[in-house]
Design a protein around this ligand. Structure first.
Ligand code: OOB
Length: 568
């Protein structure tokens, strides 16, 4: 059923995979006629009596009726999610509406994620760390009907953040989203949802499964995060294949420690992979090794996904404390480059098999496989999910490099997008004319087809697996009246992989007494998420330029690194 019944503007159409490709993906059985809400519903039905989720809840009653840890079957989860869908509908959220979902890894995250899908709406995956600058942008760009957050979790005063950006939107003549505060207790529905969920037409296709299902956030290389329109059929294909490749079964007990909203956590194989297999999810409320280790032992966790800095923290902690991790059989590491030396310590220290994951919210995901030689698992980032994932490695002029050489990775395939949502300009630069996505990653392909990430060509900083566009930081810095010029750079860091550094040239007559502090206050007041705020600020009188007069980031980075080596 395709309907539209909202007060909000319909989703604008987005660049879709052309019919010639789509027909092939259907014929090969990659794309099937199923939507994400129906997939979730049938998973909750087929696994109704299996344990679905162990998590902390801030507003939902635990076993003893007090807020605390919940331990739900898929059936119980479905009853809460049904109630959440009703609450959203009562708040005016209708089929096709966009809903900002901003919750930490608590039971409510999953309840409202399902609730949004079951209300026929499209989640927009915000992070708990996002502040008014990011939230205002997502609300504007998507014309969001609602913003789901909790006033009962720590981290920020979300109600105040909402007031600030909603006021801005009103000032611009826009209608801000309504608030859905999950701190208000939710009574589970008597019966889980019965009927299939209406899907709204968002593109050319008449098939419900080929409409846009949600908007994921891109790490971004230009300006603020772009929105990634993923369709039901294409996404579910990647989920089913990921669950199979990663060997998920009903006996898998998956620890969710990375932010639940990330594409890695969502689908590689992640939360949706667990639904597909009927596995149990164990949500960690904080990412510390202590919390994770005690959950692994108490809940007999078998499977966990980490980013490299967290893998390093687990290794360091496990070496000191010798926790009981006997149940753990697979540790996935992805989101940023894993150094072979760290990779080599995972099995000996954590007692689990390593699986490397190299993926992107835009689509393509690669895994090392169970049968791969040890050396391959330690030194490469795996092979693509699909035999129809097309990989090209090219030079700066889009010419294929010779076999085994490093170059820019371009990709196209059955679950990779052909364009961002409402970003015509970025789409021209970010995709080739024949629809390949320019990943911005430098890779080399080994003779057996394994991809090794050897570098990065995009202006992005990867801090703890969170991607930060240097443009966003620089553009904001340039609005500071005391700053004449600014360049943001990633500097290597043992704890988080890379940290944000900012080199500024002050405007004439300006001097900073404590530049880091002053700029920290400036960025915070501007409503920028804390993880993007420069942790190192250097004041220069001028910036190095190339022979055509452009700022030389490379030279600046070298200067800065030499300087930091001398004076860490
Ligand atoms: C995942 O998705 P995003 O969208 O946050 O970031 C994608 C980018 C990639 O283009 C690459 O630059 C980097 O993150 N990346 C890696 C990597 N995995 C991701 N760089 C080196 N080695 C790796 N293993 O990060 C993501 C999405 C799905 C699954 C896994 C990760």
């Amino acid at each position: 059923m395709l309907t539209y019944s909202s007060q909000r503007t319909p989703l604008e159409s987005t660049p879709l995979i052309p019919e010639a490709f789509a027909a092939r993906y259907r014929e090969l059985g990659y794309w099937v006629e199923e939507t994400i809400p129906d997939f979730l519903l049938s998973a909750c039905r087929s696994h109704a009596d299996r344990q679905g989720l162990v998590a902390l809840a801030h507003s939902l009653p635990g076993k003893d009726g007090k807020p605390g840890q919940v331990r739900w079957t898929y059936g119980e989860l479905a009853r809460y999610a049904t109630a959440a869908a009703r609450r959203l509908s009562e708040a005016g959220v209708g089929p096709g509406d966009r809903v900002l979902l901003q919750l930490p890894n608590t039971a409510e995250y999953l309840v409202y994620l399902l609730g949004i899908f079951w209300a026929g709406a499209l989640p927009v995956f915000c992070l708990p760390q996002h502040r008014q600058k990011e939230l205002a942008h997502f609300a504007r760009r998507t014309d969001a009907a609602a913003h789901v957050f909790s006033t009962a979790t720590g981290g920020a005063d979300f109600a105040a953040l909402y007031e600030t950006y909603a006021g801005e939107l009103v000032g611009e003549g826009l209608v801000p989203p309504v608030v859905v505060d999950v701190a208000e207790p939710l009574e589970p529905a008597e019966q889980p949802l019965e009927a299939p969920v209406a899907v709204v037409r968002t593109g050319e296709s008449d098939r419900p499964s080929e409409q846009v299902a949600f908007l994921q956030l891109s790490g971004g290389t230009t300006g603020v995060s772009k929105l990634i329109p993923r369709t039901h059929a294409a996404y579910l294909y990647s989920v089913r294949e990921s669950a199979r490749i990663c060997g998920l079964t009903e006996d898998t007990r998956m620890l969710v420690v990375l932010p639940a909203a990330h594409n890695f956590t969502m689908s590689s194989p992640g939360i949706l992979g667990a639904f597909h297999a009927g596995a149990s999810l164990v949500f960690a409320a904080d990412p510390s090794p202590q919390t994770a280790f005690s959950l692994i032992e108490a809940e007999q966790v078998t499977f966990a996904a980490l980013v490299p800095p967290l893998a390093q923290a687990w290794i360091a902690s496990a070496e000191r404390r010798a926790p009981n991790l006997a149940s753990l059989s697979t540790v996935q590491v992805g989101g940023a480059k894993l150094l072979p030396a760290v990779a080599a310590r995972i099995q000996p220290v954590l007692g689990a098999h390593l699986q490397q994951v190299f993926g992107m919210a835009e689509g393509l995901v690669n895994y090392t496989r169970a049968g791969d030689p040890q050396e391959t698992v330690l030194t490469t980032q795996g092979t693509p999910i699909s035999p129809d994932d097309e990989i090209r490695v090219v030079d700066d002029y889009d010419r294929d490099v010779s076999e085994g050489q490093s170059g820019h990775l371009l990709t196209r395939g059955p679950y990779t997008i052909r364009g961002y949502y409402r970003e015509d300009r970025a789409n021209r630069d970010g995709f080739t004319e024949d629809g390949f996505y320019r990943t911005g990653d430098i890779v080399k392909v080994h003779p057996g087809g394994h991809i090794e990430v050897t570098g990065r060509a995009k202006d992005q900083i990867n801090r703890n697996g969170e991607k930060i566009a240097v443009d966003e930081i620089e553009d904001l810095a340039l609005t500071h009246p005391g700053i004449h010029d600014a360049v943001a750079l990633g500097i290597p860091d043992k704890t988080v992989g890379e940290r944000v550094a900012l080199v500024v040239v002050p405007a004439p007559g300006t001097s900073f007494t404590n530049p880091r502090r002053e700029l920290h206050d400036f960025f915070t007041a501007a409503g920028l998420a804390a993880y993007k705020i420069p942790e190192r600020v250097e004041v220069y009188s001028s910036l190095p330029v190339t022979n055509i007069g452009k700022i030389s980031r490379r030279e600046l980075r070298e200067q800065l690194l030499t300087h930091l080596k001398k004076q860490p």
